[in-house]
Design a protein around this ligand. Structure first.
Ligand SMILES: [Zn+2]
Length: 557
């Protein structure tokens, strides 16, 4: 069993990834470009009054494991979610071999709600139902490995010897003397349908069990696990009002991708390897990191038409970008540029994709432009699975950021403001193309990309250079996202994401269309609902290429 687990785990890390790039990205991840803590504090707003999962938590992907009874051996009457001592020790060993740090529920809570730094490979261990076997079998091993854990206790069963014996108050008291042990709430009666019970029942189950634990053990209980994971909006609200700081469900998802702090996902221990696969997928695919850097406000706008890694690219560097929604539904990028009296522009976020049915002008993902008072969340929960983890672009007049977008939780203006004080623009991009100067390989891109990301088509992107210049560009031949990423990195772009492409591709500079979604630039791209315009002083040395450009369509007026 031990050997099987370890071999399986080793495969997880390298199966689908080119080894070298995976290593490169891993080491790069720890050096993610960040502003100094003083500068950062200046960019951060006031924390929201209600604690919840914050954007800063997206730097990590932490699995929380859930155990129940630990049994000496499998036999008649053993349940599928029982864990034998041998299996348990195999997981503890695997955690160690894989290089994970086991952190406490308190560490996880602080990481989720404040972005507190935790090791890149962190994991949390939790136990439900207060089984005596924890004390007899698990505890000695946990002490030996020095791993912290949390036990969720249903107060109506403490000390019960019926069926599988439960720990007594005396045993719990002894355990709470150790810093490795945290006790959490698990209601009184362990109703499997807690969310469907009367509000008064839910309140007493949640609040009274907390009080009982606190008075019996002389401590504060901050965390809860819903019996059977049963929770709804009411249950979450009552949990918060009862004074719990964080509550766990049984939904298999990394903690950072949970909808909120009162519904943090956990993996049943039998899904340990799935938990690691999910983590790796997120870490390599998003990547689970936050890129954040100040603008270079002095940069002039420079137009570049050149080949990089064999791919002809047309790009603008520098200037200050801002996003806009069309006034009429959909318009040509050149119309946006003209209206804003900007020097350049490019098509913006996604409004229709092959993999996502969308026939109207509604944008996919959250949106804010300088004209809007607050963020407009994504409107369609049915597509959340498909867009979970895609790069979210956020900027203010001071700085630029990209982070993984989690649709179930990123809809609160206060959270956006806390992440970046006075932010003016946000929209969802396609895939992360370049991260810390490293082109993201196909395998990483596939984790969050639409099925067509490797098809040959016109592709547009935005990004930033190491010295803080905004970059907007497009390939003027059809390329895969993977080839495009290599070309962009060679062009000196530090961080880049794909924006809406194909027929929407449209780069405008100096009043001319420099790249379009068609093979001939004479055919303008399709009108779009959202575009990015770029204002600034044009660099005198910029060489325009008249022969390749065509006039923009005639003005309507
Ligand atoms: Zn339980």
């Amino acid at each position: 069993m031990l050997l099987g687990l370890v071999v399986g785990l080793t495969l997880v890390g390298c199966k689908d990834q080119p080894k070298e790039s995976a290593t490169a990205t891993k080491s790069e991840a720890s050096e993610t470009k960040q502003v100094s803590s003083d500068e950062y504090a200046a960019f951060r707003g006031e924390p929201p009054l209600e604690e919840d999962i914050c954007f800063e938590a997206q730097r990590r992907r932490i699995p929380v494991l859930m155990f129940h009874d630990i049994v000496a051996e499998r036999g008649k009457g053993t349940l599928w979610y029982d864990c034998t001592i041998e299996e348990f020790e195999a997981i503890l060993t695997a955690i160690d071999i894989e290089g994970f740090t086991v952190i406490s529920s308190q560490d996880l809570f602080e990481h989720l709600t404040t972005g507190k730094e935790v090791p890149e490979k962190s994991i949390v261990l939790t136990f439900d139902d207060n089984y005596q076997s924890f004390y007899d079998y698990a505890w000695p091993l946990l002490q030996q490995y020095n791993y912290p854990s949390t036990m969720f206790v249903h107060t109506g069963f403490v000390g019960s010897q019926q069926g599988r014996p439960k720990m007594t108050w005396e045993t719990l008291k002894e355990l709470t003397q150790s810093k490795l042990f945290t006790v959490g709430g698990h209601t009184i009666n362990h109703y499997l349908d807690l969310k469907d019970r009367d509000i008064s029942v839910q309140t007493s189950e949640l609040a009274d069990s907390k009080k009982e634990l606190e008075s019996q053990l002389g401590l504060t209980v901050d965390f809860l696990a819903y019996p059977n994971g049963s929770n709804g909006e009411d249950t979450q609200l009552i949990t918060r009002q009862s004074g719990y700081k964080m509550a766990y469900t049984i939904v298999n998802t990394p903690a950072e991708e949970s909808p909120n702090i009162m519904a943090v996902g956990r993996y049943v221990h039998t899904k340990y390897q799935e938990a690691l696969r999910d983590r790796d997928g997120a870490v390599y695919g998003h990547p689970a990191t936050i890129y954040r850097a100040p603008w270079n406000k002095k940069s002039k706008i420079k137009y570049v038409n050149d080949k990089f890694a064999g791919v002809p690219l047309r790009m603008t560097f520098g200037g200050m970008p801002s996003t806009h929604m069309s006034l009429t539904g959909r318009e040509m990028v050149s119309t946006f540029v003209e209206r804003e009296q900007a020097q350049a522009g490019i098509n913006g976020g996604f409004f229709a994709m092959a993999a996502i049915a969308s026939t109207d002008n509604a944008m996919v993902g959250p949106l804010k432009t300088p004209e809007m008072g607050e963020v407009v969340p994504d409107q369609s929960a049915e597509r959340w699975d498909k867009i979970n983890g895609r790069p979210l672009v956020v900027w203010s007049e001071e700085e630029f950021a990209i982070l993984p977008y989690i649709p179930a939780q990123m809809h609160n203006e206060e959270q956006f403001q806390w992440f970046m004080k006075g932010y003016t623009d946000t929209f969802m991009a396609g895939v992360w193309l370049v991260h810390n100067g490293v082109p993201q390989p196909r395998e990483f891109q596939s984790v969050v990309g639409a099925k067509d990301i490797q098809d040959l088509r016109r592709r547009a992107f935005i990004g930033i250079t190491k010295d803080g210049q905004f970059v907007a560009g497009a390939a003027v031949t059809s390329v895969s996202s993977e080839k495009l990423a290599i070309a962009i990195a060679e062009a000196g772009v530090e961080e880049a994401v794909l924006i809406d492409s194909g027929f929407s591709t449209s780069l405008v500079f100096d009043g001319k269309i420099k790249a379009s979604g068609h093979s001939s630039a004479k055919d303008p791209s399709r009108p779009v609902p959202h575009a990015i315009t770029i204002k600034g002083v044009v660099d005198e040395t910029t060489q325009d290429d008249e022969d390749l450009a065509v006039q923009q369509p005639k003005k309507r007026r």
